[in-house]
Write a protein that binds this ligand. Structure first.
Ligand SMILES: [Zn+2]
Length: 238
């Protein structure tokens, strides 16, 4: 039994210090989700946010995190794509903990139940940060450079038009990018960009490479033990 656990789980890595901040990546939160893919069941999401709150963390936006003097116990909750359930289901949970979040919008992403402008305005007024995630949620490495540059810049402008606020942070769709895209993101004026690299870094590490910020991946099937491993080690699988 113990051997099976050791072979499967990332227990042998040292837990990272609490003074190193955590960036968490979510997508959808739904009450009836059964744990498929990246969609998180609402009750499970409540348990995760409660567990973090009990550890005494402070929830901040990605831009607040990057500007923080003291990163101890800071957690940045992020949501990719901009699903309406982020407002309908996740937001009431976060608000109850006076928590905030960062939502990466792909304003022209096809076929998603997206946040409405009214929902976005309410979230902005409550202090939620909105970042950009390209206009159409494109796979950047297989996109022509001129189009990739336009997708990145246009998403920044569209998010700024929707929120009435500067859009400072970017998320690479599918976590896929190369050095050219990092340069495009810098050129468009973003000051931070998040990836899907599953690591926990000290603040100095995040500041050294703000356009390649790692995030911890929150998946629907994750149980409490796997969540705890992810929060302390960066990932739960070996
Ligand atoms: Zn996405």
């Amino acid at each position: 039994m113990l051997l099976a656990v050791l072979a499967r789980y990332n227990l042998w890595r040292w837990p990272k210090p609490a003074r190193w901040p955590r960036l968490l990546m979510y997508h959808r939160v739904l009450p009836d989700a059964l744990g498929e893919g990246t969609t998180m069941n609402l009750a499970r999401f409540v348990g995760q946010i409660d567990a973090l709150a009990r550890r005494g963390v402070r929830f901040v936006t990605v831009s607040e995190l990057m500007a923080a003097e003291d990163a101890a116990l800071l957690v940045a909750i992020t949501f990719d794509d901009g699903y309406a359930d982020n407002f309908q289901h996740a937001w009431p949970v976060l608000r109850a903990h006076r928590a905030t979040a960062t939502i990466y919008l792909a304003p022209e992403m096809p076929d998603i139940d997206r946040l409405t402008p009214a929902m976005i305005h309410e979230l902005v007024a409550a202090g939620v940060e909105f970042g950009a995630h390209t206009q159409h949620h494109v796979h950047l490495p297989s996109t022509d450079d001129a189009i990739a540059r336009q997708e990145i810049l246009a998403s920044k402008q569209a998010v700024e038009a929707l929120t009435g606020q500067p859009c400072r942070s970017f998320a690479y769709p599918y976590g896929k990018f190369d050095d050219r895209h990092v340069a495009m993101v810098a050129e468009a004026g973003f000051t931070s960009a998040v990836t899907t690299k599953k690591r926990i870094l000290p603040m100095s590490g995040l500041r050294r490479d703000p356009l390649r910020l790692p995030r911890l991946s929150m998946v629907g099937q994750m149980n409490r033990f796997e969540f705890w491993l992810t929060i302390t080690r960066g990932r739960y699988r070996v």
